[in-house]
Design a protein around this ligand. Sequence first.
Ligand code: ADP
Length: 600
Amino acid sequence: MREKKLLWKLLPPLLLIVFAALTVVMANAARAMRRFHLDQKEQKLIRIAQLMESDVRVSIEGYDRQRLEDVSGRIGANFQVRVTVVMHDGTVLSDTHEDPSEMGNYSQRPEIIGAKTGRAGRSERYSRTLETEMLYVANPVHSGQDEGGDNAGSLLGYTRIAVPLSPINEALRNMYRRLILGAFVAALFTASICYLITRGITKPLYMLKAGAQKFATGGLGHEIQYTGISEMNEVAAAMNGMADDLNERIRTVRNQKNEIDAILSSMDEGVIAVDEDGEVISINQSAITMLDINPTAISKRPLEEIIRNSELSQITESSLSKKEPAKGEIVVGRGKNSERYLRVSSAPLKDSRGACLGAVIVLSDQTQIKRLERIRSDFVANVSHELRTPITSIKGFIETLQQEDEGLSEDKRRFLDIIASQTNRLSAIISDLLSLASIEKDAGSDGVELQKRPLCGVLENVLEFCHHRAEARNITLEVDCKPNLKAMINPDLLEQAVINLVDNAIKYSRPGDAVRIEAIRKNQEVVIRVIDNGCGIGSEHLDRVFERFYRVDKARSHKLGGTGLGLAIVKHISMAHRGYTELESTPGKGSIFSIHLPAS
Ligand code: ADP
């Protein structure tokens, strides 16, 4: 639809109404005026006809044509009219302008027909004789009128008086002209009034519009002025109220945003918010520093474009698509000294109705911790390495001393046995510490070497390694693994991990129990489980048994020759395979230790 200004919508119909009303009034006035003038003229002509009525009657009754012509001529000349006397049968007796003998029969003239009713007849028409518009009035003439003047006698004829209409028309035209002029002035006046009224309506509307535009461009402090129209004032009041309300809300939101910005920028952790398409909505200073990115042109760009790190993209993508939290570790920066280790936690960003809007990624810098861990690990590795030679040498001397049969008292032999057992423990601890250090080192640098290999072979090796120990404790070992089940593994390391688990299962089971080793494929994982019916572990220890040197029952562990490092080694080997460990256990009933590896 074509848009028009309100002024042009209101003004033309108003003007149309005014002009239509004026036209109707003018047309009626003109018609009434014409009617009035013609009636006046008619009355005048009737009076003239009545003036000569007696002369006409006498002349007709006495066939005095001369008298008739004299009277007609005098009256005609005096009043500037045409006088025609017509007999009752329509024969023209006299006429002031024409020869009656050439005028034919007048019985069918409208004014004569009108006068046959006994009253004056009238007609306006064009006279071919005089070639002008004429007003004709015919007055009936009766014989033998009584004294009261009533037309009681028989109809003798008619006195017809005619005048040209041109003077009346001219007078009327003058009047019309004035009327039109007056109407034009009235129209102009009413048009101006209409314009002012319309302006009166539209002006406050324009003020409202200007106010609304100011609000829309942020000028919420602006106040729309009140006008003389109460409805408009109500709208203005509502809009002013709305603007105040909006201003207040924006102030609150801005304050909240400032607070959130202040909190985010003072956080040590990096925080990035992305929308559901992975485009950055917000990023704090710590994240910019950690990722070493250019702070300009970050907003509304995909995160993977800003920082090209496949692990980070995978974690973000995973929490966006699965709408679940995701975690991981990434390394950013190139070169040995500028590398940063970041722990990444990504959680879906949800609105109040639970709809996913994107994700929040929190980065925490682990570089310092990693460095300290490396120092610790190096230290432990160095110490273990340094201790290895003296311990081996001590072990050798003890063995030599133990082999001497003579000269050793019973007590000395017992002491030597104790020293030998403690040295063996020390040696086992050092060996485990070195294993751990080596796994950590391999996993930390280029990662351990993984190959796609069947798990059956690994588990059979474990069985072979452990079956003597199991037999010694009267424990049955069962292995269940499909021959075609493969995974990306480092066979030696995985074997070591499973041996540790099976060794524990044997150690912590009762004689006669069974230990089951199984490997299955579950969803996207390959799971190796070691299941025993042994003493089990209390729920309070479940979270900690994979820590170094954590033992549930210290005395029992010592007695069984445990180092407290077996499960820590299992955990690190699983991590080196990009997997993890799990433990389900019920005290008195047994435990299930599982190693989860990603399926290739
Ligand atoms: P340890 O050399 O002492 O066995 P590990 O790291 O292998 O050290 O195990 C840590 C602790 O976890 C053990 O001391 C033991 O208390 C407990 N544990 C490990 N495996 C089992 C098991 N299969 N059943 C019960 N307890 C176990």
